[in-house]
Design a protein around this ligand. Structure first.
Ligand SMILES: [Zn+2]
Length: 65
């Protein structure tokens, strides 16, 4: 699964993979959920991953002059 906020997708720090699985598949995914990278097996939390995301607002489609 992919984990993201809005259009931003969280990547693994180690291998840059975007696919994750929850350590507890029965629990709903939350900000503090632990996830495991499908690429390299690194474990992280959604909160840790969210901290790396650049807080860039989406460009408005009609912003160009
Ligand atoms: Zn990884």
């Amino acid at each position: 699964m992919r984990v993201g906020i809005g259009t931003l997708v969280m990547r693994c720090l180690a291998c840059q993979a975007e696919e994750w699985r929850a350590t507890d598949a029965s629990a709903p995914l939350a900000l503090l959920s632990e996830v495991i990278c499908l690429g390299c097996g690194a474990q992280s939390s959604c909160a840790d991953l969210a901290l790396q995301l650049p807080l860039v607002p989406e460009p408005a489609a009609d912003a160009a002059e």
